[in-house]
Structures are given as C-alpha cells and as structure tokens.
Design a protein around this ligand. Structure first.
Ligand SMILES: Cc1ncc(C[n+]2csc(CCOP(=O)(O)OP(=O)(O)O)c2C)c(N)n1
Length: 615
C-alpha cells in the first residue's frame, strides 16, 4: 500500500479513491480519525493508521461503527476536526447516534464517510445510504473520482463547521476503489487547542430536542442555499446546445460522460456533487431549457423522484426519465453498456427503455470461495462435523472469513444476516425448536455486536452452543486489530480483553477453549458441550494462518505429502476438509507443496495415516 504522505503541494500523485479521502482528511487538519473496517471503506482507515503518529493525530479501529462515530463526536465536542469511515451497513450500526447527532449539532467539523456497495461485491445487501442523508438531516457530498474524493473531504469539513452539522461523504465501490492522479495540497497538523464549550446545548432532553429539530430544519434550508451556489453542482456540455439533458451523480457521471461521447450526443449534463440537499434552483433553471432529461444514479430512484416533483411543481413540460420509466434498473451497479443502451433508448430512437439487469459476472463460471490452506476455521468446522455425526443441528452463522463454513464441504450455515446476528437468531431458534443449535461467530464480530446477544442468552436461559472462532484478528477485512488483540491500531502493545474471563463474568459457568489444530480434543469438547441444557460457549482459538506466517516469517510447520502406497483414495482429505492445497486428479490425491503451510490438520483427518511430513 502507498503512503498517503507522498507528494508536495501541487504534485500529481497516484491514489486510490479511499487513499484520496484519507489525504483530504490530513489536509483538513484532523485531530482524530476512527473506523470499523469493512469493504469497500477499509483503505481509508488502513492508510490513516499507518501515518497517524507521523502526522500527529489520533487514530483507532473502534470496536464497531457506533462507537467509532461516538468517539469522533467526542473529539468534535472538544472543537477539533474528526473523520469516521465505514462501509454502508456500518451506518446502520451507527444510525442511533447519527440520527440524533444532527439535532445536537457539532463543535469541530465532523465528516462521516459511507462507502456503499452496489452489486454486493463484498456485502450482504446493496442498500442506498443516500437515504440516510434525508433520514438524519445530514448534508451529503458524492465524489465521482479520486480527485473529488480529496477535494470533497476538505469542502465537507468547511461545510460541517459552517452549518454546525455532520456531513456525509458517500462513495461506492467503484469510486472508493478506482485509482487516478490526484493533485495534492499541504498536509496540515491540527493547530487547534481543544476546549469543551459548556454553553453549547448538547443534552437532547425532550424540550431541547423539540427546539433542536426546528433548528435542524433551518440549517437544512441554509444547506440548500449552499448547495445551489456550490461548484460541486456544475454543468458539463457535450457537443452543441440542445434540449436534451442528463442529471448524474457519483460513478454514474463517469459512465454517462463516456457513453454520451461515444454516441456523439449533443447534451448538457448537470453533475451533482452536493447531493443533499439537492440544488433546487439549479435544477429548475436546468429543466427550463430541456425537453427530455435522463437521471443517472445507481440503486434507488431518489434524485429522480425529487427532480420529477420539482418539475411538476413548476409545471414544466419536460420528460424526466430514469428508473420509474424503465430506462434503468434499481439493481446492481451501472456499466458503460447499461448507460449506452439507456441513452440510446432515451435520446436516439425513443423506444421504451430496456432494463439491463444482468450483472456482468453472471456469464462467468462460478468459482466458489474457499478458506486458505491452514485456516483454523476449516479445522473447527471439521471438528464440528465429526462431533455432530448422526445429528441434524441448525447452524446460525455470522459474517467473516468463517462464513465460508456455510459452503462446501461443511454446509454449516443455515442462516446468516448481519454482523452479530448469529447469537440472537440462535436464541429464537432454541426457544422454538428441539433441535441442537450451534452458532458460529468470529472474535471481531463477537466484540462488534455478538456480546449483547450472549448476555441476553444467559439472562433469558437460552440453550445453544456458541462457537467463537478466535483467530486473533479481523481477518476478512485485512487483519485489523480488535479489543482482543494485544496491539493497537498502530501496532504498539495494548491491553487486550480476556475473553474467557469476560464471558465467565457474564455468567457462563465454564468457558471451554479448544485448539482447532488438535482435532481429537476439539471433537470431545464439542460433544460434551452439546449435552448442556444451557447456553454453552466454546472458544476455538488459533491465530489466522496468514497472520501467523507473516509474523513468523515462515510457514507453520513441515510441508505434508500423501504416501501414494498407503492412500486408499477414500477422498476424506478433499471432500471432508476442503483444504485448497489438497487436490484430486484422475483419482490421484496430492498436496501442492507450494500451497501447504504445514498445519498438520490433514494428517489427523486421513483415516489411513497416508499423510505426513513431505520427504
Ligand atoms: C456492520 C458491518 N461492519 C463491517 C462489516 C465488514 N466485515 C465483515 S466480517 C467482519 C469481521 C470479520 O472478523 P472476525 O469476526 O474476527 O472473523 P474473521 O474474518 O477473522 O474470520 C467485518 C469487519 C460488515 N459486514 N458489517
């Protein structure tokens, strides 16, 4: 990963959209930044973590997004600038704080970055977080390019302080993950002296909250005026003047530019960068000169409905085209082809629109994701498989690398919803069904939002086995530390939560800890715990193999191979364990020496003792 400190003011530097956001934050003089990792937002936090001590601001990976936002609010109440970033579903977790923060107002500028994921590249849904700007009453900016990512963060801090409101920056996967040349400015250390202003009304008791709501509406009126005069909302002309128009935001703007040029259209594009509140006056004057206007926005027809309402209020005779008219689908992200087809339907042959909802990857052969060689999660699932032979448990699962246990060869995921939900779902299932229930949750996910479910289970006498897959890191999003890690966000030693003691403190009598690489013991413990009539917790603890290898600088043990003279071709290693280092080709089972990391689990899995140290 590049350092976001590279480049002198005025230099062009190659940056990822997310790195440009981080650079924008340090050019704005932030004093504090927080995040809970999640694709497509992770690189914002990861690049800030790396340079926080050099630049002199505080950075942390918080336990979850709500806490990340609250920590940022604390810094803002001290009069300092703070940035918090998260993936789109993270905003749901932070929403309780966010929806009241707009009433409370802020001290120092506070910017919340929400990275949305149209097409669910790495998410469980494709929710459109532009709704949060309307829902919470928070101004929103939407960059389309890495340069805009940097510039808009700086503008967002100014705006936040001008309005005394948090400001949201909303990206999508394409914006966060595209790379481009970015003209950088000067890195600014925080120069403000922190001070808590005791005269500011920051207690949202009902009489104050009622007044604050009315103040919020006034602030949003002011924000609308600022949106109207903002250069972030601008007209781009392609070809000669015409009565055709396009209103576009975010990545949609890039596709639209390309498609309009390819089709040789004469058209004006109103590019919306300050997307909430929409610039009403600008839209009115744009619509006045047009006969047909296509609205280009991924996911929900949000601008489209608002713009159609503006047109109707003004009695304009202009066709507003978009999703409601069938020119686009509400599904997935756009592509240049989708744009070209929508534009030609809207402007060239006038045919009713097409709905091209096909996701480009639908045509490609499916390659199911697999766990890494040596992954302790595979070993845990294998142990559960052995321990539950002849039983039909229900397996609520959760979100992380271990979610792959829901796939072949384990098939141990009967329900998976959102972070932390495995515990709660297990509880409802256990109260209503007689079947054995084994829920899985990762360590980072447990701290994030699984703990509350467990406390609920203990108090309300639920009955299930909770397996905490403790690989000592947040592996799925790039090995970020969490409160159970013994290092902090900068890699310095830090106090870690004692998970067993904490859970015993909650009221679980005996917390069992297994090493998943020790298959025999793991199976015995799981069998034992399935006999309990109360909630039972098993911590399956082994560091993520990738992390362990990176830290040790070498693989875990001696590489394995299969003795072909002993192998009975039973397939237990491939079909049972599913380690990607083991394969079968025309009935010959083999271990790829370049993939094997020497975890030894396959030795224990093979019923014929055909696997051992490679000679
Ligand atoms: C609300 C929310 N925030 C962030 C994410 C991104 N995310 C998915 S799983 C995960 C944590 C994975 O860590 P852990 O539970 O320790 O499992 P591991 O991947 O290490 O097996 C994160 C941060 C998400 N899906 N939802």
């Amino acid at each position: 990963m590049r350092s976001i400190l590279q480049g002198k003011p005025g230099n062009d530097v190659l940056l990822l959209g997310n790195e440009a956001i981080a650079r924008g934050a340090i050019e704005s003089g932030i004093a504090l930044a927080t995040t809970y990792p999640g694709t497509p937002a992770s690189e914002i936090g990861d690049s800030l973590a790396r340079i926080a001590s050099d630049v002199g601001f505080y950075f942390e990976y918080s336990v979850n997004e709500k806490v990340a936002l609250e920590v940022a609010i604390g810094a803002s109440l001290s009069g300092l600038r703070a940035l918090t970033s998260m993936k789109h579903v993270g905003v749901n977790v932070a929403a309780d704080a966010l929806l009241s923060l707009s009433y409370m107002g802020i001290g120092g500028g506070l910017v919340l970055v929400s990275a949305d994921d149209p097409a669910c590249h790495s998410s469980q849904n494709e929710q459109d977080n532009r709704y949060y700007s309307r829902f919470a009453g928070v101004p929103m900016l939407e960059p389309s390019s890495p340069q805009e990512c940097l510039d808009m963060v700086k503008i967002a801090f100014e705006l936040s302080e001008q309005l005394s409101l948090p400001v949201m920056i909303r990206t999508t996967t394409r914006v966060s993950h595209s790379t481009g040349l970015v003209k950088v400015g000067e890195v600014r250390k925080n120069a403000r002296i922190p001070a808590f202003d005791r005269t500011r009304e920051t207690i949202l008791l009902p009489p104050i909250a009622r007044r604050k709501h009315s103040e919020l509406l006034q602030k949003l009126d002011h924000a609308r005026e600022l949106s109207d005069s903002s250069t972030l909302n601008r007209i781009v002309k392609i070809g000669r003047a015409s009565s055709l128009g396009l209103i576009a935001s975010s990545a949609g703007f890039n596709y639209a530019m390309e498609a309009c040029q390819d089709l040789g259209l004469d058209i004006e594009i109103l590019k919306i960068g300050f997307s909430y509140p929409l610039p009403n006056e600008r839209i009115v004057s744009f619509l006045k000169t047009k006969k047909r206007v296509l609205i280009v926005e991924e996911l929900e027809p949000l601008m489209e409905k608002e713009i159609r309402a503006i047109s109707e209020e003004n009695d304009f005779d202009v066709d507003i085209l978009g999703k409601d008219t069938g020119h686009f689908s509400q599904l997935y992200e756009y592509t240049p082809d989708i744009l070209a087809s929508a534009l030609s339907c809207a402007f060239l042959d006038g045919k009713p629109g097409v709905r091209d909802t096909k996701k480009p990857s639908d045509d490609l052969p499916q390659r199911p994701p697999v766990m890494c060689p040596g992954c302790p999660h595979s070993a845990t699932y294998y142990a559960v498989k052995l321990a539950t032979r002849g039983m039909k448990p229900i397996f609520p699962n959760d979100i992380g690398c271990y979610s792959l246990g829901a796939e072949q060869p384990f098939n141990m995921g009967d329900a998976m919803l959102c972070m932390g939900a495995s515990t709660g779902m297990a509880e409802g299932l256990s109260k209503t069904l007689p079947d054995p229930i084994i829920a899985f949750i990762g360590d980072s996910t447990f701290y994030h939002s699984g703990m509350t479910g467990l406390i609920n289970a203990i108090h309300n006498r639920h009955r299930f086995v909770l397996m905490i897959l403790d690989n000592k890191t947040t592996a799925m999003t790039g090995h970020q530390p969490h409160p159970g890690s013994n290092v902090n966000s900068q890699g310095e030693p830090a106090p870690s939560v004692n998970l067993e003691k904490a859970i015993e403190g909650f009221g679980v009598e005996e917390v069992r800890v297994i090493d998943p690489y020790d298959l025999k013991h793991s199976v015995e413990v799981i069998k034992d715990e399935l006999q309990r009539k109360t909630v039972s917790v098993i911590i399956s603890r082994k560091a993520c193999a990738l992390l362990e290898i990176a830290e040790r600088g070498k693989i875990l043990g001696a590489r394995r191979s299969i003795d072909q003279s002993v192998c009975k071709k039973c397939g237990t290693c491939v079909e049972g364990l599913g380690c990607p280092a083991i394969s079968r080709q025309e009935n010959i089972y083999d271990i790829d020496e370049h993939l094997c990391v020497g975890c030894t689990v396959c030795d224990q899995v093979c019923p014929h003792k055909a696997i051992g140290v490679r000679k």
